[in-house]
Design a protein around this ligand. Structure first.
Ligand code: CO8
Length: 258
């Protein structure tokens, strides 16, 4: 896959999408998000791929949506634009597991895209923030909602109203990121986590992701029923038979992803 603003690499069942717009600190312009959405559509259709890593550079995961692109928009420009639904939300719509590997600035739309991923592994140099208030706007790609769900009202209010940045240690304490690792180890650790996930049954991993995400939309009773039904449905799969048989026979499972 050849793109101008992202680089897509593959290692077995793991694909990595890297933002590659260093001069603008990976600001998320439309062209870049169109490319990300296109790459994700291809990776979702690719039966070999079991997990994706989304990453940036050492200096910036992404410093936000492209301010220069938005600056002169009118209400109607931004209201009529289908960029958000079609492209920005593609990360949230992606059905396979996707990990954000974050280093450096992860701000505004960058933080919002990272939060669309299933979990965030951060380098010890990562800085998270929703600084849109400094620009006379507020988060517009899910930050007021996903950040609040991730870290609670008090911290989300603090971040969105002051526009301050949070370092990796605070982000881990707050529950925004799942682990913090030294910068040099970021892609190795993310790669190992992704390989571990991609080595499991792909449809079971997808259903697990779907069920955890359902918890944000449902009452506990509905969510538990949803989980139980999907759990029961897993007993129709070859991979459930293989996983449990392998355990009993004291060997590694060989999942066929069906
Ligand atoms: N958009 C466009 N260009 C950017 C952005 C951005 N978000 N961030 C950095 N750049 C550019 C700079 O303009 C600069 O370019 P140039 O060299 O041509 O002047 C280059 O990247 C390097 O940036 P700096 O010189 O500023 O680098 P510093 O190391 O001094 O500072 C910072 C780094 C602190 C990250 C600083 O660049 C900064 O504050 N950036 C803006 C952060 C920000 O406000 N992000 C929020 C953007 S708004 C948003 O994300 C809304 C999302 C909702 C969109 C909904 C769409 C449907």
């Amino acid at each position: 896959m050849k793109y101008d603003m992202i680089e897509v690499t593959r290692n077995g069942a793991v694909a990595t999408i890297q933002f590659d717009r260093p001069k603008a600190l990976n600001a998320l312009c439309t062209e870049m998000m169109v490319e990300v959405a296109d790459a994700l559509a291809k990776l979702e259709a690719d039966n070999v791929i079991g997990c994706v890593i989304l990453t940036g550079s050492d200096k910036a995961f992404a410093a936000g949506a492209d301010i220069k692109e938005m600056q002169n928009n009118s209400y109607m420009d931004i209201y009529k634009s289908d960029v958000f639904e079609k492209h920005h939300e593609a990360v949230a719509r992606f059905r396979k597991p996707i990990i954000a590997a974050v280093s450096g600035y992860c701000l505004g739309g960058g933080c919002e895209v990272a939060m669309m991923c299933d979990f965030i592994i951060a380098s010890d140099t990562a800085k998270f923030g929703q600084p849109e208030i400094n620009l006379g706007v507020m988060p517009g790609m899910g930050g007021t909602q996903r950040l609040t769900l991730a870290i609670g009202k008090s911290k989300a209010m603090d971040m969105c109203l002051t526009g301050r940045m949070m370092d990796a240690e605070e982000a881990e304490r707050a529950g925004l990121v799942s682990r913090v690792v030294p910068l040099d180890d970021l892609l190795t650790v993310a790669g190992e986590a992704a390989a571990k996930i991609a080595g499991q049954s792909h449809p079971i991993a997808m259903m697990t992701k779907e069920t955890i995400n359902a918890s944000f939309e449902m009452s506990l009773t509905q969510g538990l029923r949803y989980e139980r039904r999907l759990f029961q449905s897993m007993f129709t799969t070859d991979d459930q038979k293989e996983g449990m048989t392998a355990f009993v026979e004291k060997r590694k499972p060989h999942f066929k992803h069906k």
